[in-house]
Design a protein around this ligand. Sequence first.
Ligand SMILES: Cc1ncc(COP(=O)(O)O)c(C=O)c1O
Length: 394
Amino acid sequence: MFSTRLPSDLSPNRLTQAVERLRAEGLEILDLTESNPTRAGFAYPPDLLAPLADPRGLMYAPQPFGALAARCAVAADYTRRGAEVEPERIVLTASTSEAYSLVFKVLCDPGDEVLVPRPSYPLLEHLTRLEAVVATPYDLEYDGCWSIDFGSLDRALSDRTRAVLIVSPNNPTGSFVKAEELAHLAALCASRQVALIADEVFADYELKPGVTGAAGRITARQDALVFSLGGLSKSIGLPQAKLAWIAVGGPEPLVRSAIGRLELASDAYLSVSTPVQLATADLLRTGAGVRAQIRARVARNYRQLLECGEHAPVCRVLDAEGGWYAVLQVPSLGSEEDLVLDLLTTHHVLVHPGYFFDFKRESYLIVSLLAPEQTFMQGILRILRHFGCSDWPA
Ligand SMILES: Cc1ncc(COP(=O)(O)O)c(C=O)c1O
């Protein structure tokens, strides 16, 4: 009776079941998977959401792309990050996930393919499948830093490829797509008449000074059709505001064709609320303080993790350039699944296994850098002790 866009087995995985069981028993878990900034102890200004009560919100005047003033505010935010985008090329959406679905609708027929990085964010698999699109992986390789394996990307391309997707910085590897990589990708996309979709939700979170400057400028491309995706959920740590965007770039005729189609698709949903559109400029301005706190925390936690890694020879902290996550390579003494279950049930530390993110090999642990510093350090020290670094305090 049901569509194959959704899995037939809806039961929770073993890790989720174990977490639920331990929480029901009242056990305190050090959660190093937290990705919700509103639960991570940041000081949000109490009046941050006051602009949502603007009385102009009592009037409904729907526009497929959102109000021009809100689109101008998003364009100004791109300028803050050193990118120039005309407000007319910005489309508002309720979330980055929704932005993906609109772009897939505009580019793909059922069964068409989108190339996605591996390892990367597991939701990409679901978002493509929900649009009846096939996610075909291309590899990111690690040799002290991450880079795109262009050989695997060439092999993944087919007649049904409609877009190449990049996440910059990537979740969870923290790697930015470098300027040379972007130039190569854009030339490839232009020659095959496929689009480039760039998820830049973590673009504000540089862990290594200077990497943003060395990264490619996606919206400035003149050769390929590009879609840059971003949103308030990460840029000011406010996922519940439900505001995200698509910035379209590339050759003018292609941009015009894409925008016309996005307009039709957006008009069918009109999903962005009027209050959030009226509040966009204020939210972006006041939310900068939250962004600064998140930035400081993730940078501090990553520094601490690197320091711990130096004293734990059996574990390796992989190089991260940005974002909210870090990757720890650990000895493969058993399966990753058994390892994360063991860390949870024995040491009460919750981390994600690499296979959730489609790492090609075992064993990797993914830790969120968003957790409060003390929780983060305690959790990391327990993991290191598990691997025999017993000179660490409990
Ligand atoms: C790489 C990446 N893109 C998109 C999203 C979804 O963002 P939104 O909350 O705006 O849908 C996430 C959420 O964690 C993410 O990690």
